[in-house]
Design a protein around this ligand. Structure first.
Ligand SMILES: Nc1ncnc2c1ncn2[C@@H]1O[C@H](COP(=O)(O)OP(=O)(O)OP(=O)(O)O)[C@@H](O)[C@H]1O
Length: 259
């Protein structure tokens, strides 16, 4: 297996508070990798630093064999790093299709400039519409392309957010709590979408509190606690790891309930 992302000894401080304190994360190309840990353990901070939304005080980040910790957000995105954010982030007045097209233009500056040139622009726009439609089919939204995004259900909006992140086919997609607030059917649909995305060649890191979802979906899982990496292993081994059990449930418990 090839290492796609290697985060080493990462430290992030807010004032005197250490949100990350020497944390590490190793993600192999082609895997679905879970990033879990109790509230406030540093999961979102890790995603923010990998994408360039937050700066580390110390540590290194290698992505596809290049050191990226000093690169701005847009350079990292152009290298194939994509992400979603906690909560819902769709443009509710725009149609479902327009939401995905915005995602394409934001990530691909060339497609924006091509779209400004007649003929070339028409071809580029058609290509973009086809890519957007394919992503919407993926997310089960092909029947709702023309409706305003704000009229979709909560779960529908989450799937749209996912389609918008996937349309640029990032080589590494970071998902921040994608299952939060979804019903069991939607969680199953989400798992199928993420697997399909991986089957088409992408690598996924998923931050989640929904342990059953993570344990069933991920090839390997990294566990953070108080800004440090306390485990990195298969779901089976992580669930039996005493340090992980203690971090989640305190010293008197014997297992993690992933149900
Ligand atoms: N911009 C900030 N300023 C100050 N403190 C912050 C900031 N961002 C995060 N923190 C703190 O850093 C710690 C780690 O936050 P982070 O959001 O990374 O944790 P998390 O594991 O994603 O938590 P959760 O599971 O609750 O989303 C928390 O204590 C949080 O309050």
């Amino acid at each position: 297996m090839t290492l796609l992302l290697e985060v080493q000894d990462l430290s992030v401080t807010y004032g005197s508070f250490k949100a990350l304190n020497g944390a590490s994360l190793r993600v192999e190309k082609g895997e679905i990798h879970g990033l879990i840990g109790p509230n406030g353990s540093g999961k979102t901070t890790m995603l923010n630093v990998v994408c360039g939304f937050a700066r580390a005080r110390a540590g290194s980040i290698a992505f596809a064999d290049a050191r990226i910790e000093r690169l701005p957000v847009h350079r990292r995105a152009a290298m194939g790093l994509g992400r979603t954010f906690q909560g819902i982030a769709v443009f509710s007045e725009l149609s479902v299709m327009e939401n995905v097209l915005v995602g394409l233009h934001l990530r691909d500056s060339q497609s924006f400039f091509r779209s400004c040139i007649p003929f070339l622009g028409q071809a580029a726009e058609l290509e973009n519409q086809q890519r957007a439609l394919a992503a919407l089919k993926w997310a089960g939204l092909e029947g709702s392309t023309a409706v305003p995004a704000g009229t979709l259900s909560f779960g529908g909006q989450r799937m749209l957010d996912l389609a918008r992140a996937m349309v640029a086919t990032p080589s590494l997609l970071l998902l921040d709590e994608p299952a939060a607030g979804l019903n069991p059917n939607e969680v199953a649909q989400l798992a199928a979408i993420v697997r399909e995305f991986r089957a088409r060649g992408s690598t996924v890191v998923v931050v989640e509190h929904h342990l059953k979802f993570v344990m069933g979906l991920c090839d390997r899982i990294t566990v953070l606690n108080f800004g440090q990496t306390i485990a990195a292993d298969t779901p089976d081994k992580v669930q039996k790891n005493p340090a992980v059990i203690e971090a989640y449930l305190g010293p008197d418990h014997v297992s993690i309930d992933a149900h």
